[in-house]
Design a protein around this ligand. Sequence first.
Ligand code: ZN
Length: 343
Amino acid sequence: MKAILFHTHGDVSVLEYADFPTPKPGPGEVLVRLKAAALNHLDLWVRAGWPELKLQYPHIPGADGAGEIAALGEGVRDWSVGDRVVINPNLSCGKCEFCLAGFDNRCLDWGLFGETQRGTYAEYIAVPERNLLALPEDFDEHRAAAAALVMLTAWHSLIRRGNMSAGETVLIIGASGGVNLACIQVAKLGGATVYVVGSQANKLALAESLGADYLINRAEVPDWSRELHLMTQKRGVDIIVDNVGTTFPQSFRAARRGGRILTVGNTGNPKIEIDNRYIFAKHLSLIGSSMGTHTDFKKVMKLVFVGRLDPVLDQTFPLSEAGAAQERLARGDQMGKITLAID
Ligand code: ZN
């Protein structure tokens, strides 16, 4: 099969469009012929590498994908060749204490396509059958792939971990990342009032088109936590979605007493100085989460299939031009999700 792969960490030049043996589905797995893959910032971080990351080379990037079942492994009964599917990229053992408690995204043997295993920038991938969800007739593979990781992550963070409820106020730091855009949609669907802090007018306009109620351009208002304070009549915001990290000091200031700070990652430096006085004196909760559970995936994709959550699609590149697609993502030029077309 054709795939995008790399043999060493580095910039986009390490990516090769090359032949790689088509995987064979093991027991309980199916072989998916991919039609679409979606890019995530994670793909860039995996390509660049970090000290604890040990890849099996050549590595194939990509967490998100959708396509059609091409072959069934031993023991697979619930799927047929030709079924159209979207992939949940989270891999879990199904046996450890966390999996048994329904928190399979905390699995002791957790894995992710495109990170701990070869991913979706390829013509084929072998996937455990329980990681698949059937696509409704006529539902576009690109739309499905673009939704999977970001909507799942946003849902688990805001709804499961953050216990967001209707009528609450939610502040989202950053208007361009896929997870943040998904958070706007999940928060609005859940009946929250949404504030967004961003730095580019076109991205803030995109946030507004997704239903964000209040926009703050931090290029014009660097001290945005003070602005929030004034905008909320000095009360502060119930929930803050901070996936930047270096902005925690301002997020702590913008939170109301008893507020929750949710984080699923850090686009800024991972090491930050925290002033603990804000946490105890304001009764703040700092709540981390990563990805989501199989149950969340089913729930959130159902909402995507009926259009109540709708990923914003940016450009589509052919698989062979994945490098150009990653460069677009790295520059931050994208307005929504970038996808790869795989024929
Ligand atoms: Zn497990």
